[in-house]
Design a protein around this ligand. Structure first.
Ligand SMILES: *[C@@H]1O[C@H](CO)[C@@H](O)[C@H](O)[C@H]1NC(C)=O
Ligand SMILES: *[C@@H]1O[C@H](CO)[C@@H](O)[C@H](O)[C@H]1NC(C)=O
Ligand SMILES: *[C@@H]1O[C@H](CO)[C@@H](O)[C@H](O)[C@H]1NC(C)=O
Ligand SMILES: *[C@@H]1O[C@H](CO)[C@@H](O)[C@H](O)[C@H]1NC(C)=O
Ligand SMILES: *[C@@H]1O[C@H](CO)[C@@H](O)[C@H](O)[C@H]1NC(C)=O
Ligand SMILES: *[C@@H]1O[C@H](CO)[C@@H](O)[C@H](O)[C@H]1NC(C)=O
Ligand SMILES: *[C@@H]1O[C@H](CO)[C@@H](O)[C@H](O)[C@H]1NC(C)=O
Ligand SMILES: *[C@@H]1O[C@H](CO)[C@@H](O)[C@H](O)[C@H]1NC(C)=O
Ligand SMILES: *[C@@H]1O[C@H](CO)[C@@H](O)[C@H](O)[C@H]1NC(C)=O
Length: 844
């Protein structure tokens, strides 16, 4: 007995002695890796391999993890189902070319398939691949690998790894998540490629498909239109006789990214954000309510921008109209008229911006066929139900034909492709003629409506003119205005949320759910019982000044509805607590992208341009198109939120002011806003008007183009801020030097220069020189040469000491708001009543 343990000790001693020293990247025959904290480190230091225990478990696994990333992130596990449980373990490469993990009593718990090699070594490469090869082989030649971990992915796809099939051998690579955070054994889900029809990427739970990325269309998977906007990645999909595989590579090598199936079965594309030390999900599935498998039943089209979401293509009608009435489209659609195949009179209804329906029983031709030939083919075959282009890259080519009911169809706001659905000629004709009739009727009604409006407007104007003089020129506060309008205001549905429900939704306002700190209190992320994600702004109890802003915000935003303004879902007032509930913006605020080196590249020029236009639209609405004239007063990058599709939404109306119809400017003693965005006349004399918002907008445009904050010094000899710096570049004709490096080189120069010119026009010193937002909208769409030449901006140099970057306020205790009777109290009374009534409360 004693001898035995002596032998074991000797063995252990020998193993320890002969082990590779920490930091080597290669295992050789006589140098196993022991389970004592020893690791292999890849040559460039990117990855490490060794024994680890998942959190909450004592079991030992061989894994590969990022070596340079501060959050321990395992990307591969060898013995997923066979952990080493005893005290001793080791990983060795055996003479027959297998990798073996031995546990206690030298029992092998895991081994890789063997391959005859004369002198095998195992090496951890810098891309995270662990390979077995001949000692004298070439580590950069994949064909020399007898075995590689990249062929046995676990839950992570790294750059350069392949997902999918080797058709010669029938070998398939799929991702499977961990069972849970403490058990790497494969969970139920699999993520991989389905070879039937036109090959598609699916996620299955067991054998049931739960999500479909769909076929590759030359640019992206049809179910992931965001892919085309990720310009620092290159995505590849190979289909030929030997393989069907998907892989991605990083164009920007400094960026660390992975595709990951987390243990709740969500597929995420994550990017490491160095500054914030976290993995940021760029994208995850399912992305929205139309993203589940077949959200609407056969032949129906799901569209998140419509209510109800499910609809039928032209020539189809709901199969079960009663259920559709109840917003359940799961029965799908059926043809109004059978197709007339023999006579060849059928036509096609176009579904634009579509995610192609399931292609698992379609036929596909990748090359040669044009769209017209594809159409002819479909018309000729009586069983063909739809067709589409197989490859939309370049001028487009190829042909996919469906011969079944069309399932899992949806449309996108942008990034989808055209699908042509066969329909009977009679249905296509009658619908167009119906449309024509509708159009005529609508035009007539509209004309009448406008006429009536004009008459009413005229009378009101005359009456107003008569009663002029009784009103002062001051801006009425929101409450008075509100009362003015009380009689004609449209009813507002403003749901009241229960404090308990909000506490549940936000994990009792836990630190983890906190999104950030707004001007007047923290903002939390929450998820309601119906899975809807919300942002909860909790007014801090200590914030005395915040109460005004709160009531301001509630009444104001409840009235504003625009796609470029953040939407208020409701509010909560209970005891001392005051909260505002907004729709949740998954991409956070613009400044977190714009001024962050790690994320700036995510905003390519088309995205930035659409953000500029979106903000302009939102502001135009505030200034002009909404029923009230509103001046935001605190427009800045951190108040622009981005939704899933990077659409900008203006937020934070705590400082906004409502203007009377006639006023153009107002003088206030209480200057609020953010330094760097404030116009000179407002910051110095307290005069604000729509033109002070235009100034802030101009600063924002220049920041979006340059990726730099206005409050910084960009030419130290002249202590120029961004405005001054832009102005000096512009005058020297070197405007393009301002453009953010993160945009890259391929952007439309004329468009960028036009935006820069518009930005400069907006920040001119004299308010009367600055354009209005409606002029800005026109300018953004017109030829640069037609725009006026900008004059010198206000505030070209930094003045005085740097103020903190938060919303600052040069406050005078005598604020205009004090005079007002408090509409807020009235509001609270209503709320108190509402508690006894069913929700939602109607605020008149
Ligand atoms: C290879 O060698 C190891 C250790 O000697 C042994 O455990 C394993 O069974 C061998 N595999 C094959 C396929 O011979
Ligand atoms: C190792 O051997 C001991 C004694 O034979 C036995 O009790 C123990 O269960 C073995 N451990 C494993 C993991 O097989
Ligand atoms: C498929 O596997 C075989 C055997 O491992 C290999 O020789 C071949 O190169 C693989 N094909 C592709 C396309 O990777
Ligand atoms: C993880 O899964 C294993 C096996 O299914 C189970 O025994 C264990 O309790 C789970 N752990 C947690 C933390 O859920
Ligand atoms: C999986 O990812 C989704 C989306 O990012 C996230 O909401 C969810 O909490 C994650 N689940 C786990 C267990 O991490
Ligand atoms: C084909 O056209 C003929 C006459 O034009 C018509 O009588 C017949 O019903 C049509 N066939 C079908 C299948 O609709
Ligand atoms: C029509 O389409 C079906 C299904 O794609 C196919 O099986 C059949 O061969 C086609 N018929 C002709 C004549 O091309
Ligand atoms: C799609 O078309 C583009 C441009 O014509 C071509 O480069 C690409 O190889 C095609 N993709 C496939 C999968 O055939
Ligand atoms: C399409 O669905 C209908 C019922 O929804 C069914 O009767 C029909 O057989 C299906 N057609 C095909 C080609 O699968």
């Amino acid at each position: 007995m004693r001898r035995l343990s002596g032998a074991a000790f000797l063995l252990y001693f020998l193993i320890t002695l002969l082990s590779p020293s920490d930091g080597a990247d290669t295992l050789t025959l006589d140098h196993p890796l022991a389970d004592d904290g020893e690791r292999l480190i890849s040559e460039g230091g990117n990855f490490a391999l060794g024994f680890f225990s998942p959190t909450g478990s004592d079991s030992r696994y061989i894994g590969i993890w990022y070596n340079k990333i501060s959050v321990f992130t395992v990307v591969w596990v060898a013995n997923r189902q066979r952990p080493v449980t005893g005290s001793h373990g080791s990983l060795s490469v055996a003479a027959n070319g297998t990798l073996v993990i031995t546990g206690e009593n030298s029992t092998a718990v895991w081994s890789s398939p063997s391959r005859a090699l004369s002198n095998p070594v195992a090496q951890l490469l810098d891309d995270g691949n662990f390979v077995v090869r001949e000692a004298d082989g070439n580590p950069s030649d994949p064909n020399s690998f007898a075995w590689q971990s990249f062929d046995y992915p676990t839950d992570t796809l790294l750059p350069g790894m392949k997902l999918g099939w080797n058709l010669t051998t029938g070998f398939n690579r799929q991702l499977t998540p961990w069972t849970n955070a403490s058990d790497p054994a494969p969970g139920e889900d699999t993520f991989g490629i389905d070879l039937r029809g036109d090959p598609q990427i699916f996620e299955w739970s067991g054998t049931r498909a739960v999500w479909r990325a769909g076929p590759w269309n030359g640019l992206q998977f049809t179910g992931v239109p965001q892919m085309t906007s990720y310009n620092k990645f290159s995505f590849q999909f190979f289909v030929d006789a030997t393989q069907v595989v998907y892989a991605f590579h990083m164009i920007d090598a400094s960026l660390v990214s992975r595709l990951f199936v987390n243990h709740s079965g969500t597929v995420e594309r994550l990017v490491w954000v160095k500054d914030r030390k976290l993995w940021n999900p760029l994208w995850s599935n399912p992305n929205d309510l139309c993203d589940t498998i077949s959200p609407c039943g056969p032949n129906a089209v799901c569209d998140t921008s419509k209510a109800p979401r499910c609809g039928c293509p032209q020539g189809f009608q709901p199969k079960n109209p009663t259920n559709w009435g109840f917003n359940d489209g799961s029965d799908g659609c059926v043809r109004k008229t059978g197709v007339d195949c023999r006579n060849g009179t059928d036509g096609f209804a176009v579904v634009s911006g579509a995610k192609l329906p399931d292609t698992s029983s379609s036929t596909v031709e990748w090359v040669g066929t044009t769209l017209d030939q594809c159409r002819a083919k479909c018309l000729k075959n009586c069983s063909c139900t739809a067709y589409a282009q197989a490859n939309i890259s370049g001028s487009g080519s190829g042909c996919i034909l469906w011969s079944t009911n069309l399932t899992d169809m949806r449309v996108y706001g942008s990034g989808g492709q055209d699908l042509y659905v066969r329909a009977a000629a009679a249905d296509l004709d009658s619908e167009t003629s119906h449309h024509r009739i509708y159009l005529t009727v609508i035009t007539v009604i509209l004309a009448l409506f406008i006429l009536i409006l004009a008459l009413v407007g005229c009378r009101a104007w005359r009456r107003k003119k008569r009663s002029r003089g009784s009103m002062s020129g001051m801006a009425t506060s929101f409450t008075e205005r509100h009362n003015d309008e009380g009689t004609d205001a449209k009813d507002l549905d403003l749901p009241l949320f229960d404090l308990g429900a909000l506490a549940d939704a936000t994990g009792n306002f836990s630190i983890e759910s906190k999104l950030g700190e707004g001007g007047f209190g923290p903002v939390y992320k929450g998820k309601l019982e119906d899975e809807q994600e919300i942002a909860v702004k909790r007014l801090s109890e200590t914030s005395v000044q915040g109460v005004d802003e709160f009531k301001n915000e509630v009444v104001l935003i409840a009235k504003l509805q625009h796609r470029n303004l953040v939407r208020l879902l409701g509010c909560c007032i209970q005891g001392e607590e005051r909260m505002l509930i907004y729709e949740y913006m998954p991409n956070g605020s613009l400044d977190s992208f714009l001024f962050d080196k790690a994320k700036g590249w995510l905003l390519n020029w088309p995205t930035r341009y659409s953000i500029i236009v979106g903000i302009a639209r939102g502001l135009l609405y505030l200034h002009q198109d909404s029923r009230l004239r509103i001046i935001h007063r605190d427009l800045k990058a951190s108040n622009i939120l981005l939704d899933m599709h990077m659409n900008p939404k203006i937020s934070d109306f705590g400082m906004a002011r409502i203007f009377g119809g006639d006023e153009t400017e107002v003088n206030t003693k209480r200057v609020v806003g953010t330094y760097g965005y404030m116009s000179p006349e407002y910051a110095m004399d307290g005069i604000f008007s729509v033109k002070s918002d235009v100034f802030s907008f101009g600063v924002l445009v220049l920041e979006i183009i340059s990726g730099k904050k206005n409050r910084g010094i960009y030419d130290s000899s002249r202590s120029l801020n961004l405005l001054g710096y832009t102005w000096s570049l512009w005058r020297e004709g070197k405007g393009l030097e301002l453009v953010d490096e993160a945009i890259g080189d391929s952007y439309p120069k004329a468009e960028v220069l036009r935006c820069m010119k518009v930005g400069l026009l907006c920040v001119q010193e004299r308010p009367e020189d600055r354009p209005t937002m409606s002029a800005v909208m026109l300018m953004l769409g017109s030829d640069s040469a037609l725009l006026p030449q900008p004059r010198q901006p206000g505030f070209v140099a930094m003045r005085g000491p740097l103020e903190p970057d938060s919303s600052a306020s040069k406050q005078d205790s005598l604020s205009i708001n004090n005079v007002t009777i408090t509409m807020f109290e009235e509001f609270c009374l209503l709320v108190a009543h509402a508690k006894k009534r069913p929700l939602p409360l109607t605020l008149v």
